[in-house]
Design a protein around this ligand. Structure first.
Ligand code: S3P
Length: 424
């Protein structure tokens, strides 16, 4: 796919539903008693992997008229899958489902695509094993495929070495099946969608700072969930609106949960003109319309507790930094190395190919902004967030950019290129 400089971007857009919230709505709905109805569900490949895994365990999930309807099987109603569960490219599906499977009275195997088979699973194998689950990495490398023999689980207090909502949520879901209260403490608070939604489904979840405790649940109750727009998807249009001249874009109904809104804080700190309008709450999640206008930008330093709140947006923040005066330093972001691709490596290689002044550090990158970008051949490494970031960079670069593997955006945003075109 090829992209080149455009004059302006103008108009209104609604990005698809939040990926993290869509996954959780399906999982909790499957484990609840009664019916769960999800609207504005993200029909991206990752969330469809979650649906197909639960269908394999006997859960009826129907899609129609923009609504996903789930007939929950209850906490103890899942059937043993007759074949391996395929989580595709989805880390969230793989890690969260492993927590659920740890509490089931059957054996299962979880596997995904070649990217999933390289992503670290010891981070969940360890705590879930401490709770009593028997989990084997079939290749002995700490990655999927994982064989999981569920059992009655013990409650633990787990001090997680990483701020990871996937690790936290995996343990909390296992905690539904434990013999007492299960607690997770993180170095910094990661996204709290599981906590918010589990409470809606009737679980007893309490939070204090970066510590969360769940009580074993007798049952969950089906809910109506309206999924807010994904701020991680909105971030590409925010960046485009800021760097393409003479632009003004209104992005409707975006989730602005404070554990996810770091990108708004950073873009504004860089000088970005972004206004929040029409602020509301939807299924326990704060939402707003975001109005963005072309701005003069300057570099920033980001690190520490803000990192988990913008971890998926660092590729597009790095793009923005190339258009900002001065230096941008991104630190404490070593988690980028174990995402769908090594995002430090891939961003530095591809932005360097476009002429950016950027270098990798052990835990992030340093970018000297203000050097014009030129079109280049970009290898997305089939990482959806890389492909979208470079489609945006290309709109404010000289010459033509070609993106290899551009179709991988279907993981989180199937209509991305079409939506972008409506603003041109
Ligand atoms: C997610 C958590 C984050 C994020 C991922 C989605 C989730 O991963 O990068 O895209 O839905 O819980 P980590 O938990 O590995 O930080």
């Amino acid at each position: 796919m090829r992209f080149s400089r455009i004059k302006r971007l103008r108009g209104e857009i609604a990005v698809p539903g939040d990926k993290s919230i869509s996954h959780r709505a399906v999982m909790f709905g499957a484990l609840a008693d009664g019916t769960t109805e999800i609207t504005n569900f993200l029909r991206g490949a990752d969330c469809l992997s979650t649906i197909s895994c639960f269908r394999q365990m006997g859960v009826s999930i129907k899609e129609g008229n923009g609504t996903v309807t789930i007939q929950g099987k209850g906490l103890y109603g899942l059937s043993a899958p007759s074949s391996w569960l395929d989580t595709g490219n989805s880390g969230t599906t793989t890690r969260l489902i492993s927590g659920i499977l740890s509490g089931q009275p059957f054996e299962s195997v979880v596997n995904g695509d070649s990217s999933i088979q390289t992503r670290p699973m010891n981070r969940i194998i360890q705590p879930l094993s401490q709770m009593g689950a028997h989990i084997t990495s079939l290749r002995g490398n700490g990655c999927a495929p994982l064989r999981i023999q569920g059992t009655g689980l013990h409650a633990i207090h787990y001090e997680s070495p990483v701020a990871s909502a996937q690790v936290k949520s995996s343990i909390l879901l296992a905690g539904l099946y434990a013999d007492g209260p299960t607690t997770v403490t993180e170095p910094y608070l990661s996204r709290n969608h599981s906590e918010i939604m589990l409470r809606m489904f009737g679980a007893d979840v309490t939070s204090s700072g970066a510590t969360v405790t769940i009580q074993p649940a007798p049952s969950l109750t089906g809910q109506r969930i309206h999924v807010p727009g994904d701020i991680s998807s909105a971030a590409y249009f925010l960046a485009a609106g800021l760097i393409v001249p003479d632009s003004e874009i209104l992005i409707k109904h975006v989730g602005v949960n404070p554990t996810r809104d770091g990108v708004l804080r950073v873009f504004r700190e860089m000088g970005g003109d972004i206004t929040l309008l029409n602020e509301k709450t939807d299924s326990g999640e704060p939402t707003a319309d975001l109005l963005v206008r072309t701005s003069d930008l300057h570099g920033v330093t980001i690190g520490g507790s803000i990192i988990p709140t913008l971890i998926d947006e660092i590729p597009i923040i790095a793009v923005l930094a190339c258009f900002a005066r001065g230096t941008t330093i991104i630190k404490n972001a070593q988690e980028l190395k174990v995402k769908e691709s090594n995002r430090i490596d891939v961003m530095v290689k591809n932005l360097s190919a476009m002429g950016a002044h950027i270098r990798a550090t052990d835990d992030g990158m340093i970018i000297e902004g203000g050097h014009p970008l030129r079109g280049a051949l970009i290898d997305s490494r089939l990482d959806h967030r890389i492909a979208m970031s470079f489609a945006i960079a290309a709109l404010a670069a000289d010459g033509e950019t070609e993106i290899k593997g551009a179709d991988c955006v279907t993981i989180s945003y199937p209509g991305f290129y079409e939506d972008l075109e409506t603003l041109m």
